[in-house]
Ligand binder design. Structure first.
Ligand SMILES: NC(=O)c1ccc[n+]([C@@H]2O[C@H](COP(=O)([O-])OP(=O)(O)OC[C@H]3O[C@@H](n4cnc5c(N)ncnc54)[C@H](OP(=O)(O)O)[C@@H]3O)[C@@H](O)[C@H]2O)c1
Length: 336
């Protein structure tokens, strides 16, 4: 399978390491012999019809900061041309999430779909802003569009709902979709103030320099939009979600809830009509009341009742493993 890799940061490099370490299994178990024929970062894009040498690609990125130092460089302006014209089956879109206009990921994905290439992404921006139209475009162009890593990183939250619960009707989904805010709220449960907990999260690398996307709830909103559209057939975008972040959660509120056997959690929920992201008290006995950076989602189904899935919500290798799952799926669909 010929792959175009767009974005070569934490997730992109982890994915390439996975390809290198799993090459024998991928071939023996799934008949997949992946070749990365193009790779882009912020410096530009490089291409090689025979497949790039992945060890060299990783080493060039580490030592020289940009993949363009690998060899022939077509420049960033050439990325859309490469997506459109290079012979490849799958475009893997791993550029930063942008929830303002979805770029550059949105143009990458649309160009790939229009040129008949299957798409895998873990970039939430384009889907959170334009889920319905991207799904339509994928269907119109008869390509596979996979994005399991956008919600839950390596934890297969979307696949669990879509595959394991198929045939049943999901009436409600509710859970913790953002690890950073969960870490901060867990530390507040242990007695830290909001600003102390945020500082701790930044020092441990869980919070970005500008933590707005996490603490004001936008990241959870983006994931809720993706999950509810996919598993509950909503036709929503980010503006349909009622959003409250955790900035105003007071240490006294946390202490008071703790005395009642609850913890305050940033909960994303969808009942098929209303989409909400807001902090609220959750019983410590509830399975979604997980701590640290964990994510947890409970699906309430018409026949099978409540099912909860818990796991790490982020991490380079974890998220890269979701890309590999999507790739295997695409391979199986193409083959059948
Ligand atoms: N990290 C996680 O645990 C995780 C989990 C789930 C989902 N995600 C999502 O996965 C995506 C990638 O995350 P990450 O952690 O790998 O981010 P990252 O380390 O910041 O990597 C982003 C990559 O995109 C490249 N890039 C930026 N602008 C570009 C442009 N205009 N054209 C081409 N390449 C461009 C960057 O280039 P340079 O290297 O030159 O800067 C970098 O290689 C994001 O959308 C993120 O939200 C991440």
């Amino acid at each position: 399978m010929r792959l175009i890799l767009l974005g070569f940061g934490v997730v992109g490099q982890s994915f390439v390491k996975l390809l290198l370490s799993h090459s024998t299994d991928l071939y023996n178990e799934y008949g997949i012999k992946p070749k990365v024929v193009a790779c882009a970062d912020n410096g530009g894009i490089i291409t090689c019809n025979q497949g790039l040498d992945l060890d060299r690609l990783l080493s060039v990125k580490k030592k020289k900061k940009s993949v363009v130092q690998y060899g022939s460089n077509t420049g960033t302006s050439g990325i859309l041309d490469v997506i459109e014209n290079m012979d490849a089956e799958v475009v893997i879109e791993l550029t930063p999430t942008n929830i303002t206009d979805g770029e550059p990921g949105k143009s990458h994905i649309i160009t790939a779909m229009k040129s008949g290439k299957n798409v895998i992404t873990v970039n939430k921006g384009p889907l959170a802003l334009e889920f319905p139209s991207l799904m339509e475009l994928a269907e119109y162009n008869r390509i596979e569009f996979k994005f399991s890593g956008t919600v839950g990183g390596g934890t297969p939250i979307l696949e669990f709902a879509k595959r394991c619960l198929k045939g049943d009707r999901i009436l409600n989904l509710e859970g913790i979709l953002n690890g950073t805010t969960n870490y901060i709220l867990s530390k507040m449960y242990e007695g830290l103030s909001f600003s102390q907990a945020l500082k701790d999260a930044s020092e441990k690398g869980y919070a970005e320099k500008d933590p707005t996307l996490d603490i004001d709830g936008y990241d959870a909103v983006a994931k809720l939009v993706i999950a509810s559209n996919l598993v509950m057939n909503m036709k929503s975008t980010m503006s349909d979600v009622q959003r409250t972040g955790i900035r105003d959660v007071q240490a006294t509120q946390v202490v008071n809830e703790r005395k009642k056997g609850n913890a305050i959690k940033l909960i994303a929920s969808c009942d098929g009509k209303k989409l909400v992201v807001a902090p609220k008290p959750v019983s410590k006995k509830d399975p979604i009341c997980v701590d640290g950076t964990l994510n947890a989602v409970t699906f309430t189904c018409q026949h099978s009742g409540q099912q909860t899935i818990i796991g790490k919500g982020a991490g380079g290798m974890e998220t890269a493993s979701s890309i590999l799952r999507d790739l295997i799926d695409i391979r199986n669909i193409i083959r059948s």
